[in-house]
Design a protein around this ligand. Structure first.
Ligand code: DQA
Length: 148
């Protein structure tokens, strides 16, 4: 079965407990379960990697090369400044969905820049946990259409 990789960046392990007024009360485990259900429905496996360490996220993206059909990534704060993650994503041959719980454009100015967006196929943000299955469906639609 074809595989999708979901990558979660720093501090997302604290979801459910961390700033619930911004990020909601759903845990990362629950979000991953919702994403996996959407993937299974579409006929895909879903792998998940979470790390607070930039290099681990880069390694996870590398392991997806030539193996996974698409990457869905919430890079957390690395979104705003990690050229290394952006470069790793640039070396991935399939579609990339950038995903955020919050609408970063409605927040502090430093969150308005994403160094990942220029590499991403598309971006889903601002829908809280509901964005996770939507991001999976978007990734599957791109894979099935043969689009990068
Ligand atoms: C986030 C938005 C980022 O600005 C922030 O640093 C996060 C979470 C989101 O999902 O809304 O850690 O990526």
């Amino acid at each position: 079965m074809a595989t999708l990789l979901l990558v979660s960046g720093p501090n997302l392990n604290l979801l459910g407990d961390r700033e619930p007024e911004i990020y909601g009360t759903t845990t990362l485990e629950q979000l991953v379960a919702a994403a996996r259900e959407a993937a299974t429905t579409a006929g895909y496996d879903l792998e998940h990697v979470q790390s607070n360490i930039e290099g681990d996220l880069i390694d996870a993206v590398h392991t997806a090369r030539k193996r996974c059909s698409a990457i869905i990534i919430n890079p957390g704060a690395f979104t705003h400044y990690s050229y290394a993650i952006a470069d790793a994503l640039g070396a991935f041959e399939g579609p990339i969905v950038e995903l955020h719980l919050s609408n970063t454009h409605r927040r502090e100015r430093w969150r308005h820049t994403s160094v990942v967006s220029p590499i991403a196929t598309g971006v889903i943000m601002g829908f809280g946990g509901a964005g996770y299955p939507i991001a999976v469906q978007a990734a599957v639609a791109m894979v099935n259409a043969g689009k990068r």
